[in-house]
Structure formats: C-alpha cells, structure tokens
Design a protein around this ligand. Structure first.
Ligand code: SF4
Length: 173
C-alpha cells in the first residue's frame, strides 16, 4: 500500500461538498465549513427520493469520517457514482467526484473512474482522473485551506445562482 505523506493527510480531511463549494463560491465554502447551517434539506430530500425511484437504491454507498459517496460498483476496481439533480453546477460535480477518486486512491483503494448520474435528464457522464486533474485538485485543496483560515467570510461576489443558494438571505438580506 502507498505511504501517505503528512501533506496528503491534510488534503484528505475535506468533505466532497467542500470541494464542490470551493468551485461554486468561496463564501459559501466558508459559511458551510464554519457550521453556519442554512442549507436547505430539500435538495437532499429530493435526491433521496430520486435515488429511491431508481435502481440505485440497491447499490452500496461509501461513507467514512470525511466523504459520503452515493454509491460504488466494482469492475476490476472501484467505480465511484454520484447522483445529481441538475447539471447547473456540473464543474463542481466533476471536481467533487474527482476528489473522491483521488481520496480513495490515496487510501489504497483501486478507484478506476467515476460516473455522474443526472437521472432527471436521463444523462450520465464518465469522469476520468488525469495527472493534470491531480495538479488542479491539489491547488483547489490548498485554496480550501486558505479560505478556512480566514477569520470572517470572503467578500460577497455576486453569482448567477445566488438566488437559489441557501445563504441568499444571509448574503443579501
Ligand atoms: S448567496 Fe451567492 S455569494 Fe452568498 S454564499 Fe450563496 S452563492 Fe455565495
């Protein structure tokens, strides 16, 4: 099994949601990470319903102290699956699943690739993890560390999806 360095242990402490939020909005990342919990549960409930209505419910998830992967399958290695409601934040979904692949590999698990499922749109997307992805992901993880070291939330930078964000009232109220 590969030996994990101290820096890698630091990198592997984040949740997949934090990686996604690092792409979506650093302010949202900070608020979520500091436990300012205004997250609506509706998306999670909707996602749960969606998973229940599909064959995914029979598949096994992967959970540990940091990550919670929707489900995994095996095929000479592990395939990581994430189910999403919409493609609106696809770049964030991409790096969330790439982080899971990286995370599992660092834990000595042979994660081959990922699949993003968008069942409402009847679409799937295969996600590979390349050497370039590792460079981008490492920068992203170090950026998360920097954001979390701030004593107050990063300044508000308006985004097209702010109105749909659970922190909308907090930011604009
Ligand atoms: S409302 Fe906009 S600025 Fe505020 S946390 Fe959400 S996405 Fe970020």
């Amino acid at each position: 099994m590969e030996i994990i360095s101290y820096d890698e242990i630091k990198e592997l402490k984040f949740k997949g949601t934090q990686v996604a939020y690092a792409i979506v909005c650093e302010r949202k990342l900070w608020l979520f990470s500091k436990g300012i919990a205004l997250e609506h549960t509706s998306d999670r409930v909707n996602l749960g319903k969606l998973i229940d209505q599909t064959s995914f419910k029979s598949e096994e998830g992967y959970r540990d102290e940091n990550v919670s992967i929707d489900f995994i399958t095996s095929e000479n290695g592990i395939i990581v699956h994430e189910v999403k409601l919409s493609k609106a934040l696809e770049d964030a979904h991409l790096f969330q699943i790439k982080y899971y692949i990286y995370y599992l590999r660092k834990k000595g698990i042979n994660a081959l690739y990922g699949i993003l499922h968008y069942p409402k749109m009847k679409k799937i997307r295969k996600v590979e993890f390349t050497e370039d992805d590792e460079i981008v992901l490492k920068k992203l993880l170090s950026g998360i560390e920097n954001v979390l070291s701030l004593s107050s939330p990063p300044a508000l930078v308006e985004k097209p999806y702010c109105k749909k964000c659970a922190y909308f009232e907090f930011c604009y109220g």
